[in-house]
Design a protein around this ligand. Structure first.
Ligand code: ISL
Ligand code: CA
Length: 572
């Protein structure tokens, strides 16, 4: 197995708008991030992924870019960015940038020019079509942010495609000039010294040939617009191979594609060592389906088996588009601390690059605002707007709240003070009222906090490459609340036991683990120092054990019988 820095990395995502505000205008900014670099290196993460910091009118908080080589005024200047890069590198932290090239802002000069006339040399940089009969949009595709995915441009009488908001027109990747412009921009950032890209909806850049109508579900009131075939269209792999040839392969950098709509087998096609496309991907199976615990295990097993020896995996349970992981996969009530620690234990010992999201290291939770006026996300606001004429505000909020993206976007909770220590002014979005108890300052003071658990796990992972490169196999039951697995290398082996429930469980370990395993990291301060045949697991108990030299497991290393028995655990 070839070792690489990026395989060993733990990535921490920063949503700059909500991280740290240095000048009291209520908006997080680059100097704010710089001021937190010491905190981040104390924590022990390796790579920072910055959600977009480019010039943007902020229709979708920076995912609508109007200048790829400029910095958003609210966030600072290019000089601030250069300082961030230097200061991060000084501390051994790397920086990866968000690459949003499925679409630009409608205020990007490319689109302004494209829209200016049908004969503009940049007309074909975007996807323009004549209206359908009766002036209707060219097809029935639904935008991710509600309504038609087409917007009529009155001046030219043509529609342009936007899979996201109408202020995010899709680029036409069939045009070689578009591809060249994007590649030039990528080289420019790489030459500046960035360490990689996270690639926004990168598997949507190849459009379905002919832009066909999507099938309408049968029923009495068929919807006017329906989701189209947006992801993984023919041609996508050729585009990414070209991007690799033209740009990526020239740098020792990290790449991670946001890849919706794949399974373990089709996901691998994007990152297989021999496919020369991307190095890594986010897949969303586990984030979307893994709330069902046996399903989570099954998915981890499936992805591990598919990727083993063929490509490098990653693992993430939340980001700026999703609910908070402790609220979704754990218990943000009485067992918040314990369940957040269990989730951390899983993320930092499971196979694949862990992607952490700001605030998860202190167990930040979903938010529950009473009024739509306190929400900011375009997806949420549009959905609300579409329904409010027919339904009550309370009903809509009750339905949208749990899944909404603003759960992840409330400001980072640094202190119990006003503005959660995020800003001395009025934060652009209200802080979660629970910052009085859940904040970095308080967590640092408490060695049993979620924060210290992350810190300890991060240090432990760094010191023990088996947790990165070792084999993985599930141990014991595939049903029930306890998820146990082994990570093993040539020199040592780790057993991870997670009681993914609020119920205490009497757990019987397979014989081969019953002796010689000592506890190295535990979620409860009073964990038993040794594993034994029968373990009484407390609610949300999470424990990592290390096989001591001379334990039965290590004595079996290389023993065919032991190995196949282990593998079959993982496959069951
Ligand atoms: O967030 C979603 C569902 O709640 C997804 O549909 C999301 O829009 C999708 O994951 C794509 O996300 C990425 O591209 C969007 C941007 O709004 C997201 O923030 C970004 O992560 C458009 O650039
Ligand atoms: Ca600011």
């Amino acid at each position: 197995m070839e070792r690489s820095w990026w395989k060993e990395a733990v990535v921490y995502q920063i949503y700059p708008r909500s991280y740290a505000d240095s000048n009291g205008d209520g908006i997080g900014d680059i100097p704010g991030i710089i001021a937190k670099l010491d905190y981040l290196s104390w924590l022990g993460v390796d790579v920072l992924w910055l959600s977009p910091i480019y010039r943007s009118p902020n229709d979708d908080n920076g995912y609508d870019i109007s200048g790829y080589q400029d910095i958003m005024g609210e966030f600072g200047t290019m000089a601030d960015f250069d300082r961030l890069l230097t200061e991060a590198h000084k501390r051994g932290l790397k920086i990866i940038m968000d690459l949003v090239v499925n679409h630009t802002s409608d205020e990007h000069p490319w689109f302004v020019e494209s829209r200016s006339s049908k004969s503009s040399p940049k007309r074909d940089w975007y996807i323009w079509r004549q209206p359908h009969s009766g002036g209707k949009p060219p097809n029935n595709w639904l935008s991710h942010f509600s309504g038609s995915a087409w917007e009529l441009d009155a001046a030219s009488g043509e529609y342009y495609l936007h899979l996201f908001s109408r202020k995010q027109p899709d680029l036409n990747w069939e045009n070689p000039a578009v591809r060249k412009a994007v590649y030039d921009m990528m080289h420019w950032w790489y030459r500046k010294g960035i360490d990689g890209f996270r690639m926004d909806v990168i598997n949507m850049i190849a459009k379905a040939s002919g832009l066909p109508d999507a099938p309408v579900p049968p029923g009495p009131n068929p919807p006017e617009f329906v989701p189209g075939p947006y992801c993984n269209n023919p041609g996508i792999h050729d585009l990414l191979k070209e991007m690799n040839r033209e740009v990526l392969r020239h740098y020792d950098a990290m790449t991670v594609g946001e890849i919706h709509g794949v399974n373990a087998v089709t996901g691998l096609e994007y990152v297989a060592y021999d496919s020369a496309e991307l190095k890594g991907l986010f897949q969303f199976n586990i984030m979307y389906e893994g709330k069902d615990q046996p399903r989570l295990r099954q998915l981890v097993n499936e992805w591990y088996q598919a990727f083993k020896g063929r490509g490098w995996n990653s693992i993430t349970l939340n980001n700026h588009d999703s609910p908070r992981e402790v609220s979704k996969f754990g218990d943000d009530g009485p067992w918040r601390v314990e369940s957040a620690k269990l989730i951390a234990t899983f993320l930092l010992t499971a196979p694949g690059i862990p992607y952490l999201y700001q605030g998860e290291e202190i167990g930040m939770t979903n938010v529950s605002f009473d009024s739509i006026d306190d929400y900011r996300d375009i997806e949420m606001l549009n959905r609300y707007r579409d329904r409010i004429a027919r339904e009550s505000a309370d009903k809509i909020l009750a339905e949208l709240r749990q899944g909404c993206r603003d759960n992840a976007r409330t400001p980072m909770q640094w202190t119990a003070g006003p503005g959660a220590g995020f800003s001395t002014g009025t934060p652009w979005m209200k802080v979660n009222p629970n910052h009085s108890a859940i904040n970095v300052e308080a967590a640092k003071e408490d060695q049993n906090s979620v924060l210290w658990h992350y810190k300890n796990l991060l240090a432990f992972r760094k010191a023990n490459p088996e947790l990165v490169y070792g084999d993985y196999c599930q141990v014991g039951d595939t049903e029930g609340p306890v998820y146990a697995y082994e990570r093993s290398g040539e020199k040592s082996s780790y057993l991870v036991i997670l009681n993914w429930s609020a119920q205490p469980v009497d757990y019987v370990l397979p014989d081969r683990f019953a002796k010689g395993y000592s506890c190295v990291i535990a979620s409860y301060p009073t964990a038993k120092p040794q594993a034994s045949k029968r373990l009484v697991l407390r609610p949300w108990d999470a424990c990592v054990y290390r096989a001591q030299a001379g334990s039965s497991r290590l004595d079996q290393a290389g023993n065919e019988e032991g190995r196949s028995r282990n593998d079959s655990d993982g496959n069951r």
